[in-house]
Every structure is written in C-alpha cells, then in structure tokens.
Design a binder for this molecule. Sequence first.
Ligand SMILES: [Zn+2]
Length: 414
Amino acid sequence: MTSHLRKSRLFLPLLILVGLLLFLVFSSLQNQAKLPPLKKHPSYSMLGTPPDWSLLDPYQHRISKRQFLFLLQNIYTIGNDWEKHFTVHEDHISILTGNAEAPTYCLYFAPKSPSQPLSPATFWELNPKRSLRDLHIAIDPGHLGGKWAQIEERWFQIGNGTPVEEGTLTLQTAQHLKTMLEQKGATVSLIRSNDETIAQNSANHYLKRLQKREGENAEQHRRRAEKLVYRTEEIRNRAALVNHDIQPDLVLCLHYNALAWGDPEKPQLTDTNHLHVLINGAYTTSELAHHDERFELVRKILGGNAQHEIGISQAMIKSFQETTQLPLYEYASDSRRAIRISDGVWARNLLANRLYQCPVIFLEPYIMNSHEVYDHVQYGDYEGQKMIHHRMRASITREYAGCVTRALEQYFQP
Ligand SMILES: [Zn+2]
C-alpha cells in the first residue's frame, strides 16, 4: 500500500511534467514553422521588408528630370543596369516596385530645374549656412566591443600588447567627439554607448532559419548566423533608432580601417596607412534588383542627401590630411561597388549609410594594423601630446575627434 501510494503520488507530477514538455516542444516547433527560412533573396536585401512607396508622394514635381538622372547615373549607380527597373518618360520616371497590385511608381519631375536646392520632406534639415549650435548630430560608433569584437573579427593582439579593438576605439572616439561638439553648441546623441548589441535575436535563432550552403561546414554556417546578429539586425535596429527616435540632421559613422592581418594568432603589421570617407551611392546590379534598396536609393536622391554628404566629406578629408598627413585610399578604377567622387571621397552602398535617412558621413581613417597606428594605439588614451613616429600627437581617439570637429566647424559657417 505504501508502495502503491508512492507510485500514484509520483505518477501525477510526472504526467504533468511530460505534458508540459510535450507542449513546449510542440509550441516551439509551431513557432519555428511560422518563420520562413532565411536565404539571400533576389527581390529583397537581408531582413529587408516591402517599402511603402507612397512615402515618396511629397516629392512629386520637386526634382527636375536633369537633376534626377544626373544623380542616378553619376552617384547612385554604375553602368546601365538601372534601366531594368526605371523607365524614363517625358515628364516622369516609372520605377518597378515589386508590388503585384501597383507594379510601378510614377515620379513626376518638376517642370524646370528648381533654383533652390532640394529639401527633404522629413525630419532633418542641413544647410552650410546653419550654425553647429542649431544642429542635432548623431554619432554611430562602428561595430561592438567586448566579446563581440572577437566574434566580428575586429580585434587583434600582438604578444602582451594592448589589444586593438575597432568597436572600443570608435566608442572612445565618439565620447571625445560628443564632448567637443557639445562645446561648440551642437546637440549630440550617441547611437551606441556601450559594448552590447541591440539586436533582439540570438545567433541560435538565425542558425535555425538560415539554410546551409552547399559545401559549408558547421563553423561557417554559425558565422553567418552571428553576422545576422552583430551586423544586419544590429544596424537595422540602429536605423530604427536614428529614423524614429533620435531624428538627427546628420549621422557620423566612425570606423577605423584595417588590412587583412592573416593568422589571428600571429597578426601581421603593414607599412600601409591611409584615409577615405564614404557617402551613399554606387548601388550594384543585385542591390538595384532589391525593391527595398531601390526605394531607399530614390528617397536619397529626392532628399538631396548627396550634396551635403559630398561637401562635408570633402571638409573631413582636408581636416584629416592637415593633422594626420595620411595618404588617400583609392579603390580600383574599374570597381563595381565604389564610385570616385573627389580626392578621398567615394560612394558606396553600405547598410548604415543607406538605412539612416538623413545625410551620413562614413569615416574610414587609419589602418589599425599599420606599424604607425598600432604604436599610436599602444599609448592608450592620454591628455596632451606624445611623440609618435617622430611627430607630437594627441591620443589617436582625440586626434580623430579633433579632425571631425574642425571639419564640421569649417563646413557649417552661418
Ligand atoms: Zn569598421
């Protein structure tokens, strides 16, 4: 009896437990079944969604045909592949939308070239005659720090030296830059202020949805899932912050460049060191075929983003060259992903400079694994100046922030 009682006392909780487990397994299978598999889509960019083309309605009759085609052909696309998705008519251009119910969007041109520059029908407003005091600037410290720096492979260490970590350098630079710009009266927001990702989903979530490629091993498959967290979802969430919450006039994306350093156990230093600045443009053939990217491209043209991005980028190049004497980087002259705008200024279509709706300046100074920058980083963040390779210099993050501040002071003059 005792034994019979003990059995029945155990039996009920066991039954509940098994039932609960079955329920959990079943509902998680159901949840998974709801999510479509993730793969490179011919019609949308990774994690991209169908755009609302009616958001372009306020731009009807605002841009001349000449101006639209000039920007489309010289800054935003390479070659003639745009003609697969855009058809030019006398008084309008029709654009394929990818929407079965309304397959084209017609954008009507202004009757003749408007004499005033384009202005966006959105949250930001830029003008070189505005004072820094009237501007809201968002700073985007590129990448992440902590464990993410190693996952992203934006981290290297030589022996017992100070590790060189892009996401930590960009955050420190952003903090100095915020202080310096605030001293000039600007309103400044940091898009990231710690090491952590703002992605909601884990690598495991994406691992389940991401189809394995042919010949791909488990490690490579996992790396692609991680990239969806720290790159794709992270930047999409930063874009939501920029476009809906912060709504700045300008975003500065801070990066430090690097060349391949080979074996992570034995990273190689190089004598090469250089500088370039990117604006949004140069959409590739496959990017133009994505409905969401095509929409974003048209919105950039209509907002008049390029003229501000070019002017500010040129001021950045001048300022960095005066202080750092860095040579300018050149992409290959036949590059299919970069367009030369002017000395050191290039157009490229990156997730951040496409998704952030206001003008974006994407900075790529310093080669982190050059001998000079490596030695500079080893001194850490110091006040005043120290002798670095025969020149007295501020700490690298303060030098970077100073160059950006002076460029903006030079560009914005009321
Ligand atoms: Zn970077």
